[in-house]
Design a protein around this ligand. Structure first.
Ligand SMILES: [Zn+2]
Length: 205
C-alpha cells in the first residue's frame, strides 16, 4: 500500500496488528476515526491505554478485574462452596451470561498443551490447590472446552485435586458442543452447568 502520509501509514500498521484485521480493514478503521471529533478519538485512545495500564488480575480467581480482588469474589451472595474452573475471562463471561451459576471461578489462564510447551506451571494450578486448602469449597466444576487440551487439563487437575474432600464434576460436554466454550449458546451452556456430572462418571460414558 502506498500511503500519502507517514502518520496514516503508522496508524494503519498498528491496527493491522490486531487479530483478524488486514490492511484494508485497518485503513477503513483509521479513515473512520479521522472523521470523528477529536474528543471522540481521545476517548477511544484513552480507553485503550487505561485498559492496558490499569487492569488487574484478581488475586483470588485471576479473572480480569478493576480491583485487587474482583467483584465476583467479593460478592456476598455468591456460593463460596463452588468453584468453576475455566480457561480465560471470556469463559467467565459466557458462564455468567447463562444466569445459571452462582458460585466462584478460577481462571487458569490457558490449557495444558504439551505441543505448545504449556505445562501446569504456566497456569494458575497451584493457586487453585491453595484455594482448596484454605476455603470451605465442596465442589469444583470443570468448564473447559471439549478439545484435547481441555481433556488433558481436566485429567491432570483431577489427579491433583482428588485427594481433597470435594466433589469434582464437569459440565456436560459432548456432541452438543465440540470446541470452545465461548461459542456455545447461553441456553446450552446453562443447561450443561445445571446437569453437570461427577468427573469419574463422565469418563465411562
Ligand atoms: Zn476474583
Amino acid at each position: 500500500m502506498n500511503f500519502s502520509s507517514k502518520l496514516l501509514e503508522d496508524a494503519v500498521a498498528e491496527f493491522s496488528k490486531l487479530p483478524g484485521v488486514g490492511q484494508k480493514t485497518a485503513l477503513r478503521l483509521v479513515l473512520h476515526l479521522l472523521k470523528q471529533d477529536r474528543a471522540e478519538v481521545d476517548r477511544f485512545s484513552g480507553a485503550i491505554s487505561n485498559l492496558r495500564n490499569n487492569i488487574q488480575f484478581c488475586q483470588t480467581c485471576h479473572n480480569i478485574s478493576d480491583h485487587v480482588v474482583c467483584e465476583i469474589c467479593t460478592a456476598p451472595k455468591r456460593d463460596r462452596g463452588l468453584i468453576c474452573v475455566v480457561e480465560d475471562t471470556r469463559d467467565v463471561m459466557a458462564v455468567e451470561n447463562t444466569n445459571q451459576y452462582n458460585g466462584l471461578y478460577h481462571v487458569l489462564g490457558g490449557l495444558i498443551s504439551p505441543m505448545d510447551g504449556i505445562g501446569p506451571s504456566d497456569l494458575e494450578v497451584d493457586t487453585l490447590v491453595e484455594r482448596l486448602k484454605e476455603n470451605e469449597v465442596r465442589e469444583v466444576i470443570f468448564a473447559l472446552s471439549a478439545t484435547m487440551e481441555g481433556d488433558t487439563t481436566i485429567f491432570y487437575l483431577n489427579k491433583r485435586l482428588k485427594s481433597y474432600n470435594i466433589t469434582i464434576s464437569t459440565i456436560a460436554r459432548g456432541i452438543a458442543f465440540g470446541g470452545e466454550l465461548e461459542y456455545v449458546d447461553e441456553l446450552t451452556l446453562g443447561r450443561s452447568i445445571a446437569t453437570r456430572v461427577p468427573y469419574e462418571n463422565s469418563l465411562s460414558r
